[in-house]
Write a protein that binds this ligand. Structure first.
Ligand code: ATP
Length: 447
């Protein structure tokens, strides 16, 4: 097994063993490329979504949130091009995952990377279909959305008319998307059901280039603020042969996963394609009128489109560390050194021993801390093993109640990465943790 495969296997096995990710319907043998988030996974994923929402909506007077339905009017997908784009006989390159119409393949080779590892051509539409109402007929066909963006475009007027926003402004949304991927894989990297966090920023056409650069920088900084190693992040500019038919410019933020350098998020200048098409297909004017100049125009859209599951996998891969034990170099400790705000459990609370009133006191402290943080109470095994279990789950702090605690109402707090322990008053635990989490967030220029 190659080293990257070994690392990936270890991360997958940790994710399963500790309850981050389970295969969907596992007791029935599982279902390919669909995953369930376990108790730690759901906390971690929620933390990523909250962190994104905080930076992309809460801190921004110029961005509104939205939660559109997964099922949409079928005409949406005609306007977006999804129906016409994906009903050709398709061949996918297993190496670079690009999909081509069968007639684009020359000499059995992928036109982009040259690989000859290609799937058989098949009539394929990426969208999952279902029916609305009791009759399973052509006209009752609807689709599970393959991206969240269309819900934003069709609500452009609603948001404009119900808020005081003026161009430039954005609409942000987090939600499920579904793609019947031809070749899914690499754990949760490419699944058939996943979550996206997307923001569409509506701008004057003359300002599109400026805002495109601005959002490229913001999104890069967001990943840095998560503590991801900058050396593992890269830009990939789409060349003319890669650009989607609607896009004027596109960059991907890529991450060095153990299985290769792959896309985390796309930042696209979509021009006026989306609103023009929805205007044409719906017959509703989607023009914007500048109240000051009186100018009417279809706004250009700068899109930032990231995957929650991919961000989660990147954070897990970046955080995964196996290092020699300090006092026994022949042994190793496994620790997820992730941003404490993303960690599923913030504090482990332990009685040093299971007697003398320590469990009672520790349980009381745990319950008080639960009002602010996710807490795990543990009294089984040696204290060293309990620390290791929390290291492996990425828990940034462990609070231990010992003999002295019973005398003077102090506890020890151990920090995950440095393993440094300090003694503090019980009342100081929560403020200390909050301060630490804030200070961890380096200022990376996110506005
Ligand atoms: P890829 O080339 O990897 O298939 P894409 O270019 O089709 O991705 P977009 O349509 O730009 O992806 O989607 C935006 C984001 O949604 C991606 O950057 C990724 O984070 C996420 N995403 C897309 N497809 C999947 C998938 N099948 N599983 C998990 N996340 C996905």
């Amino acid at each position: 097994m190659s080293k990257p495969d070994k690392v990936m296997n270890e991360i997958m096995s940790l994710a399963k063993r500790r309850g981050f990710v389970f295969q969907s319907s596992e007791i029935y043998g599982g279902i390919n490329a669909i995953w369930d988030m376990g108790p730690l996974g759901v906390e971690m994923k929620n933390n990523i979504k909250r962190y994104w929402w905080y930076h992309m909506v809460q801190l921004r007077p110029d961005i509104e949130g939205l939660d559109a339905a997964i099922l949409m009017h079928p005409r949406v997908w005609e306007a977006s091009g999804h129906i016409s784009e994906f009903t050709d006989p398709l061949v996918e390159c297993r190496n670079c995952h690009r999909r081509f119409r069968a007639d684009e393949i020359k000499n059995g080779k992928c036109p982009v990377c040259g690989s000859d590892d290609l799937t058989e051509p098949r009539m394929f539409n990426l969208m999952f279909k279902t029916f609305i109402g009791p009759v399973e007929s052509e006209e009752n066909t609807i689709y599970l959305r393959p991206e969240t963006a269309q819900g934003i475009y069709v609500n452009f007027l609603n948001v404009l008319n119900t808020t005081r926003q003026k161009i430039p402004f954005g609409i942000a949304q987090i939600g499920k998307a579904f793609r019947n991927e031809i070749s899914p894989g690499n754990f949760i990297f490419r699944s058939r059901e996943f979550e996206q966090m997307e923001m569409q920023y509506f701008v004057h056409p003359d300002e599109a280039d400026k805002w495109f650069e601005y959002w490229r920088q913001q999104r890069w900084n967001w990943y840095l603020s998560l503590g991801i190693d900058e050396g593992k992040l890269h830009w990939h500019e789409h060349g003319p042969d890669e650009l989607a038919h609607y896009a004027r410019a596109a960059y991907d933020i890529e991450f060095d996963f153990p299985f290769g350098r792959k896309e985390l998020e796309g930042i696209h200048n979509r021009g006026d394609f989306d609103l023009s098409r929805h205007q044409q297909y719906s017959g509703k004017s989607l023009e914007y009128t500048d109240k000051v100049t009186g100018e009417k125009y279809i706004p250009f859209i700068i899109e930032t489109s990231g995957g929650v599951d991919r961000a989660m996998l990147a954070i897990l891969c970046d955080a995964y560390t196996v290092e020699p034990e300090r006092n026994d170099p022949n042994r190793t400790r496994t620790v997820l050194k992730m941003h404490p705000r993303i960690s599923p459990i913030k504090v482990g609370v332990f009685p040093l021993v299971k007697k003398d009133g320590m469990p009672e006191m520790a349980r009381e402290i745990a319950q008080e801390l639960r009002k602010k943080f996710t807490v795990f109470y543990d009294e089984k095994d040696s204290i060293g093993r309990r620390y290791r279990r929390q290291d492996e789950a990425g828990t940034p702090f462990c609070v231990t109640v010992d003999g002295q605690s019973l005398q003077d109402e102090t506890v020890t707090i151990r920090e995950r990465d440095t393993m440094v322990q300090v003694r503090v008053k019980i009342t100081e635990i929560a403020p200390m943790i909050e301060k630490y989490i804030d200070s961890w967030e380096r200022d990376k220029g996110i506005e």
